[in-house]
Design a protein around this ligand. Structure first.
Ligand SMILES: Cc1ncc(COP(=O)(O)O)c(C=O)c1O
Length: 423
């Protein structure tokens, strides 16, 4: 398909700035650009005496006409912010607040441009993937992964997975497996890493994180390497040895061939699951990032138009509140208590399963003994014990301790043991 002159102009600039990024783009990523259409023209007309650009109903002075039931519920909020369109790439205050949160966590983030707002983390991942992932491409990732990656990269984008065992023989992250998978993939490569992990609940130590970064930097020596950092569970860490920082920070300014993408959001970090505010942060140099964001805005407009203003506004309010950090810590401590209860309950010996090492996030993963079928056990747990867990593959069961009370931990493990014994 022919490339629009505007997209070509962006691609030419990328070629001059960093050819590895252009080489990494998918055909859609090369075609994408933000057109000089309605949102662009509306921004140019901002401040005009009469602004007849955007298709949103206002009083002519920039104020919306909210309907009474909504206006009553949202009366504490500025109606312009709550009811009118968000910019396509997201509201500047929320982008700045999220960026500032990262800078506070790690000064290396100062070099990074503001993130793009998405409609949830899944959307940040799929939009990043649309930019770089072509049909037939391979995604390298550990064998224990969130099932939705299959929908994004295989079903949606017609790619293949190259897995490697998540853990090594010592029960820590399988660095060698990652390095081997990368070595076996010639040319442009793409890796997805999710820490703390869904489903395993594992976060590497600080040392492991640095070693993973070394492997990725080395693998990017002679070719473009896109790294999708899925940080959905960022901050939910319960073991003092587990890294609280993102792998993304370790990848900044390490190599022009390395293209790190940070996908995160308010879903778990602000415990605002229905808010649907995610962020896509590019770990590339600022000028190149501006072009990638322009391309994303084209994709954004064609997919969802623009993100929800209201949820962004609420996110801004939460992040600006002096209670925010304390509130998150309260949540983390609640989760930590459940985590410890689960660790204790799972420490009791059983012949029925092995527990994968976990120290963070919302989940733990059990590998059932040979002869037990995970889906059959899951069904029996529902029908005989009124207990719901998730089966993954033939042998794994995932327990989401985020969604159960601490007092339910022991009854759940006892019920599971009963069902396994009787199977
Ligand atoms: C690993 C991982 N990434 C991304 C997401 C998606 O987050 P969101 O609900 O914001 O799209 C989830 C949600 O469960 C997840 O587990």
């Amino acid at each position: 398909m022919a490339i629009h002159a505007e997209a070509q102009e962006r691609n030419d600039r990328l070629q001059a700035l960093n050819p590895a990024i252009l080489a990494a783009l998918s055909p859609l990523g090369r075609r994408a650009f933000s057109p000089k259409g309605i949102p662009f023209q509306a921004i140019q007309s901002k401040g005009c005496r009469i602004n007849a650009t955007v298709g949103q109903i206002t009083d002519g002075a920039g104020n919306p006409f909210p309907l009474a039931p909504l206006a009553e519920k949202l009366s504490a909020l500025n109606p312009r912010d709550a009811f009118l369109y968000s910019p396509v790439g997201g509201r500047e205050p929320v982008r700045k607040a999220w960026h500032a949160k990262h800078v506070k966590e790690d000064a290396r983030m100062e070099a990074v441009a503001l993130p793009m707002v998405t409609s949830g983390i899944c959307h940040a991942l799929s939009m990043g993937a649309e930019l770089f992932f072509s049909p037939g491409d391979t995604l390298i990732l550990p064998d224990l992964y969130w099932d939705n990656y299959e929908q994004i990269f295989q079903v949606g984008l017609e790619g293949r997975f190259k897995g490697f065992p998540f853990y090594n023989a010592h029960g820590t992250f399988n660095l060698e497996g990652l390095a081997e998978a990368l070595a076996a993939e010639p040319g442009k490569a793409q890796v997805l890493l999710n820490f703390p992990s869904n489903p395993s609940g594992y976060s590497p130590t600080t040392g492991e994180l640095a070693a993973i970064a070394e492997v990725l930097v080395e693998a990017a020596r002679n070719r473009p390497l896109v790294v999708y950092c899925d940080d959905a569970y960022h901050g939910l860490v319960f073991d003092p040895d587990a890294a609280t920082k993102s792998l993304f920070f370790e990848l900044l300014e390490r190599s022009p061939n390395l293209i790190p993408l940070k996908c995160d959001g308010i879903t778990k970090e602000l415990s605002f699951f229905g808010g649907r505010v995610g962020f896509l942060t590019f770990g590339t140099a600022r000028e190149a990032t501006a072009i990638l964001m322009d391309k994303c805005m084209g994709l954004m407009r064609s997919r969802i138009g623009s993100p929800s203003s209201l949820s962004q506004l609420l996110t801004e309010i939460e992040l600006a509140d002096p209670r925010h950090e304390g509130e998150f810590e309260r949540l983390r401590l609640l989760m930590a208590a459940r985590y410890r209860a689960l660790k204790t309950a799972l420490a009791r010996p059983t012949r029925n399963w092995k527990v994968f090492p976990f120290n963070a996030g919302c989940f733990c993963l059990l590998e059932l003994r040979p002869g037990l079928d995970a889906e059959a056990i899951r069904q029996r747990l529902i029908h005989e014990e009124s207990v719901g867990v998730v089966s993954q593959g033939d042998r794994y069961l995932r327990i989401a301790f985020c969604s159960m009370d601490e007092a339910a931990v022991v009854p759940l493990i006892q019920a599971l043991d009963r069902v396994c014994e009787g199977s």
